[in-house]
Design a protein around this ligand. Structure first.
Ligand code: SF4
Length: 368
């Protein structure tokens, strides 16, 4: 197939759903760990096409959503300082911190700028030599090479007024943590295709082996996801647990060597807090000693504090796949994209935002 519409063909989708139904003999629970897949599943009703026995649950697949509230508070603290320009991607602006968000900070006069790439933040630093320019780097492995490249370039140029507030996270340790949580009910995973374009999928192989779960590297279009589900269910029904690559048009087993090289030069693996998941060993990236002077935490003090927001938002449970967004009592009433109570309703990739956009209370609800 060559064109996007071909990956959305309704007849082919029904064909996959029928094939899944034919091989399914008992209930199975699968999880996707990718906000793009979550949105496609909800938008195209993929979960509703599947047999009753297959439950698709949404995991911590939105990098903005899993960023601990302590990092939002730190970004707010830095942005409030004089002669500081804080650069970030647009979807961070309305993520609530403990007291406020970056959008409100900007309205109060803080110099908070939306950029479309970390290299644009470097340009801001070049153009404003009398200001400290801080880039708020949030994301999975997908964004790490470009963020690493910005730091590498800053050092090459001797750009002393640039630094990065790093909240980069890694997917495989989170999958392990989910599998090791008491009461885990996930039996197979759809791994995020875009993450694996960078990292490849060798790191997923011991997880599949040790935990006895199939992991299928999967793309984002409806037929990709249905094929990912089919392959997962086929393994489960046959008692197998290995890694398969459904997204072979973009992903190779070793990943992208050049991207990995720059990541490994600039970053090192560190423990990280995840919203909804708590501390996960080796689940994040921090700047390596050679680049530590570009770390905003070195310049402005370490991030300290809670991962979670207190209050009645259940986004932690949503991120762990324990509840669906439409099972939250505030969904669509007290919590909407215009007046969000939590990050999973704010972020473009958040599961609550997906349910609100495609399945708000007047438009029917999802089947588990
Ligand atoms: S619907 Fe709103 S309050 Fe409920 S979990 Fe989602 S973001 Fe939180």
């Amino acid at each position: 197939m060559k064109y996007r519409d071909e990956y959305r063909a309704p007849d082919a989708a029904r064909g996959y759903a029928d094939a899944i139904a034919r091989i399914t003999t008992r209930p199975w629970t699968l999880m996707e760990v990718c906000g793009g897949q979550t949105h496609a599943i909800v938008r195209f009703g993929i979960d509703q096409l599947l047999p009753e026995a297959i439950s698709l649950i949404h995991g911590p697949g939105c990098p903005v959503c899993v960023t601990p509230i302590a990092y939002i508070d730190k970004a707010l603290e830095i942005a409030a300082l004089p002669r500081v320009i804080l650069c970030t991607f647009g979807d961070m602006l309305r993520v609530p911190g403990t007291q406020s968000d970056l959008s409100a900070a900007r309205a109060r006069g803080a110099d908070v700028r939306v950029v479309y790439s970390p290299l644009e933040a470097l340009t801001v630093a070049r153009q404003n030599p009398r200001h400290e320019v801080v880039f708020f780097a949030v994301g999975f492995e997908t964004t790490a090479p470009a963020n690493a490249m910005a730091v590498y370039q800053a050092q090459r140029e001797g750009l002393g007024n640039f630094s990065v507030l790093v909240s980069q996270v890694l997917v495989p340790p989170a999958i392990r943590a989910l599998l090791e949580r008491p009461g885990n009910r996930v039996q197979g995973f759809l791994a995020a295709g875009h993450v694996c374009t960078i990292t490849g999928y060798e790191e997923y192989e011991p997880i599949a082996r040790e935990h006895g779960v199939p992991i299928v590297v999967t793309g984002f279009e409806p037929l990709d996801i249905l094929e990912g589900v089919y392959r997962c269910v086929r393994q489960l029904e046959q008692g197998e647990s290995c890694v398969e690559n459904q997204y072979s048009r973009a992903v190779r087993r070793p990943g992208n060597a050049m991207a990995q090289q720059v990541m490994q030069a600039v970053f090192q693996v560190v423990p990280r807090q995840w919203r909804g998941m708590g501390d996960i060993p080796d689940s994040g990236l921090g700047l390596s000693p050679a680049y530590r002077s570009y770390d905003a935490e070195t310049r402005f003090g370490a991030v300290n504090g809670e991962a979670e927001m207190r209050g009645d938002c259940l986004s932690g449970a949503v991120l762990r796949g324990e509840i669906r967004p439409d099972q939250c009592p505030a969904f669509g009433s007290r919590c909407t994209p215009e007046r969000p109570l939590g990050v999973t309703m704010v972020s473009e990739e958040g599961a609550c935002a997906a349910y609100y956009r495609y399945r708000r209370p007047t438009g029917g609800s999802a089947r588990e």
